[in-house]
Design a protein around this ligand. Structure first.
Ligand code: TLP
Length: 352
């Protein structure tokens, strides 16, 4: 009998381009985008700017590059960037704040990844003889390592209004902003109405093969284009990628609620397994983070056992595992993952 395929819940980055993306890529009209002559990239950037109700957009190869450019746009070397303690920009982007922008992070720990203005306000530093002044406020929506949590729309508005009153800019790492929009039933334009720049990813739940987009003012995007080139991100005939991205934003956003339903299902079932702990009410989008310490195994050992059952998940700390649902994972795949988790938890608690 043929081995069943792996169920890959490590991340939504593993999604493969859909058939309609592959067709669009094959037929894409292209040109040299460094000369701004790629009609498909131009169309994508116009469409993205319109969707977010911002002046302009820039197609970049990755979320990391989009965030790196955004920090550079809004800061001077020697400043601090305020962000949540588990923000992707500080934990997974190879210290790009320091490397490209000469900035430090001033991090704020939270229970669920969501910053309130009062917490930010306490960390703002003015120019003084011994302090690095605050240059930027960064918020992550949804918050990856807090388990896909969503900012209330009003909380983002409040942060932006207060920051702007102090002449500070706000960048949103909206790698999964379309998940937030689907869960809240609001538009991405509404969520990002007052932020200065937003980066969102095409190559996660939206299933495009490559790419992210930075949106903001025309002036900021003109400067961002130069930083992209400086970072080696001038992509020439990138229309083949932009064609898939157009399908991603046109066809893939509404189905994200299915991923959220699968994540909710996983969370509810996981909460009933002895040795596993999580609060299923905290699972708002497509990310489920659960603690396996009650099984006596480390997260690394637990996920190695799951792998032997054909289930891939990511250990994200010594005791926690992350499962991310996406369009290449069905409800049956989730059921299979749960059987493997039950089996692993049962065998370790039985042998304890
Ligand atoms: N996240 C990846 C890993 O890097 C952890 C994942 O598997 O979730 N912002 C956020 C909130 C992200 O989750 C990611 C990727 C990025 C930025 C960076 O995007 P890429 O991978 O395109 O550079």
């Amino acid at each position: 009998m043929r081995e069943p395929a792996l169920v890959d819940l490590r991340s939504d980055t593993v999604t493969r381009p859909t058939a309609s993306m592959r067709r669009a890529m094959a037929e894409a009209e292209v040109g040299d985008d460094v000369y701004r002559e790629d009609p498909t990239v131009n169309r994508l950037e116009e469409r993205a700017a319109a969707m977010f109700a911002k002046q302009a957009a820039l197609f970049v190869p990755s979320g990391t590059m989009g965030n790196t450019i955004a920090v550079k746009l809004h800061t001077e070397p020697g400043q601090e960037v305020i962000c949540e303690a588990k923000a992707h920009i500080v934990t997974y982007e190879l210290s790009m704040l320091a490397w490209f922008s000469g900035c430090l992070a001033r991090t704020i720990p939270t229970a669920h990844g969501i910053l309130a203005w009062e917490q930010i306000q306490r960390e703002i530093r003015p120019v003084a003889p011994f302090w690095a002044p605050t240059g930027l406020i960064e918020i992550e929506n949804t918050h990856n390592m807090a388990g896909g949590t969503i900012y209330p729309v009003e909380a983002v508005d409040e942060i932006c209004h207060q920051a702007h009153a102090l002449r500070l800019k706000v960048h949103m790492d909206g790698a999964r902003i379309f998940n937030a929009a689907a869960a809240l039933h609001v538009s991405v334009a509404r969520i990002a109405a007052h932020v200065d720049t937003v980066m969102f990813c095409l190559s996660k739940g939206l299933a495009a093969p490559v790419g992210s987009i930075l949106v903001g003012s025309r002036d900021d995007m003109d400067r961002a284009r130069l930083h992209r080139k400086r970072l080696g991100g001038g992509m020439r005939q990138a229309g083949v990628l932009a064609a898939a991205a157009l399908v991603a934003i046109g066809e893939m956003t509404e189905r994200l609620v299915e991923d959220h339903a699968n994540a909710g299902f996983l969370a509810e079932e996981l909460a009933n397994i002895s040795g596993i702990s999580l609060d299923p009410r905290r699972v708002e989008t497509n990310i489920v983070i659960f603690d396996v310490s009650g099984t006596g195994l480390t997260a690394a050992d637990f996920s190695a056992c799951l792998k032997s059952h054909g289930i891939l998940m990511s250990p994200v700390s010594a005791t926690e595992i992350r499962a991310v649902t996406h369009c290449d994972v069905t409800r049956r795949d989730c059921e299979r993952a749960l059987r493997a988790i039950k089996e692993t938890a049962r065998s370790t608690t039985a042998s304890a």
